[in-house]
Design a protein around this ligand. Sequence first.
Ligand code: ATP
Length: 144
Amino acid sequence: GKTFDNDSVAVIGLGRFGSAVADSLTSMGHEVLGIDSNSANVQQWVDQLTHVAQADATDIRALRQLGVDQFRHVVVSIGTDLEASVLTVLALQELGVPDIWAKALSKRHGLILERTGAHHVVYPETSMGERVAHLVTGKMFEFI
Ligand code: ATP
């Protein structure tokens, strides 16, 4: 099968957030393996990413077959399906992936992901909300 270099990143879940992460990494020159259980999402990214695969990421054997256990960096961008999010992080932890990033929709969701083995938990909506608040107040000076 295809071998990826050390700077490669596997992105699981190619929704709005995951596809933006995968697309940005590709633009930055990184090889990206995109994985999604939905075939339409996989088809949509087949030309843009280095490699895409349709698979259920909660299935540890499927992940191993795709070589995800060889990646140093994996980003889990499954939000709405809490069970799939947690089981995917657990599978990656069991595979020994050394740098697991995971998206959470709430603080409690993030806490579960940390305890399940995620090394970094991101809260896209909360973080962007805080950023916009800072940007808005920063711009206020221009109106004084
Ligand atoms: P966004 O806001 O980024 O679109 P979301 O959290 O609202 O994300 P979800 O539907 O929860 O969207 O998850 C994002 C993607 O993860 C979807 O494209 C979905 O098909 C995929 N996904 C969900 N479960 C699994 C799974 N078990 N294995 C692989 N991919 C999955």
